[in-house]
Design a binder for this molecule. Structure first.
Ligand code: DON
Length: 313
């Protein structure tokens, strides 16, 4: 019963967070974006939000971090709302890769040369190039406004230090973008698309922001706290399916078995996940496992799901 479950969460969440925090020692904070290396490796926080607006949090849930790849779920949704399914999926595929998030290995293996899915870097860069707007600034402004609405937080902003840090060092993403430009898959120029992409990756959030965005997905596009429909149901269905099949990259299969929930990770250690029809959940733990997912965050979500029987499968 939901009431008992909430009581259980209130009773045990602090303890579960402290136990999972210990796993952080086996992970590593991302360093390839230099600014991310400043994160506290043993940080772990979680915020769970339900449709009545009740929330429960534990650990460093108030601390902020950048969305990184979590943003890719919502830029995909915005591109779908801008252009519809057939236009978007003529430029990006629907299949998992089994590779690391920034791998370029499979790009040359398919004809036409479109990225395998919208959650790997190559796919997300294509999606960013599809967002409507006169120029990079206007496109980024639309993305930020959409994210603010989903999070119910008009104060969401970019972390400019992370944005600059990634802009200066993203040689691999730059090479991916040039490859895509050469293949005619990009909807705009390389500098323009990378600026849009780095900006949405650098949007600063806390666990409560992620939980609120996840809650909208958990309720099929309707924000249960305002009653407003923000996303068409079909696009939420597409986004949640990608989260299950590709949201944790080459760790998605194991996560589906152990947690059984749609989820999306980012290299700053954030994870957005949800229990359909029930909760939106935001987690952060910057120490990552070998797949680029928060090591303690994954363990915490798997533990919650197994203890409270949340798996969809
Ligand atoms: O493009 C990058 O490398 C980062 N801005 C985002 C990558 C990311 O978050 C992958 N997630 N695990």
């Amino acid at each position: 019963m939901a009431v008992n479950e909430w009581e259980q969460l209130k009773l045990h969440l602090d303890k579960w967070v402290e136990e999972c925090r210990e796993t952080s020692a086996a992970g590593k904070v991302a360093e390839y974006i230099p600014e991310l290396s400043k994160a506290k490796p043993d940080m772990l926080g979680i915020h769970i939000l339900d449709a009545k607006g009740r929330s429960i949090s534990a650990g460093e849930a108030q601390d902020s971090f950048t969305m990184q790849s979590i943003s890719k779920v919502f830029t995909l949704i915005l591109a779908l709302m801008d252009h519809g399914e057939s236009a978007v999926f003529s430029k990006v595929g629907m299949e998992p890769t089994g590779d690391h998030f920034n791998s370029i290995m499979k790009l040359e293996l398919v004809q036409p040369a479109i990225p395998f899915n919208p959650l790997i870097n190559a796919g997300a860069i294509v999606v960013s190039s599809m967002i409507k707007g006169e120029n990079a600034e206007a496109k980024s402004a639309r993305i930020l406004a959409f994210f603010r609405e989903l999070a119910g937080n008009p104060n969401l902003e970019y972390d400019m230090q992370v944005y600059i840090s990634e802009s200066k060092t993203a040689h691999l993403n730059r090479s991916i973008a040039y490859f895509l430009l050469d293949k005619g898959v990009l909807g705009c120029g390389v500098d323009e698309v990378l600026d849009i992409y780095f900006r949405h990756c650098a949007i600063k959030v806390c666990c409560a922001d992620l939980a609120r965005m996840a809650l909208v997905l958990a309720f099929d596009g309707k924000d249960p706290l305002t009653g407003k429909t923000l996303i068409p149901r079909r696009y939420v269905q597409i986004a949640k399916t990608f989260m299950v099949t590709c949201g944790m990259y080459n760790g998605s299969g194991e996560f589906a078995i152990e947690a059984g929930l749609p989820a999306k990770s980012g290299v700053s250690g954030g994870i957005l996940t949800l229990v359909p029809g029930r909760y939106g959940i935001g987690v952060v733990g910057p120490a990552l496992n070998s797949k680029g997912n928060s090591i303690a965050g994954v363990q915490l979500i798997e533990r919650l799901s197994q203890t409270l029987d949340w798996s969809l499968f």
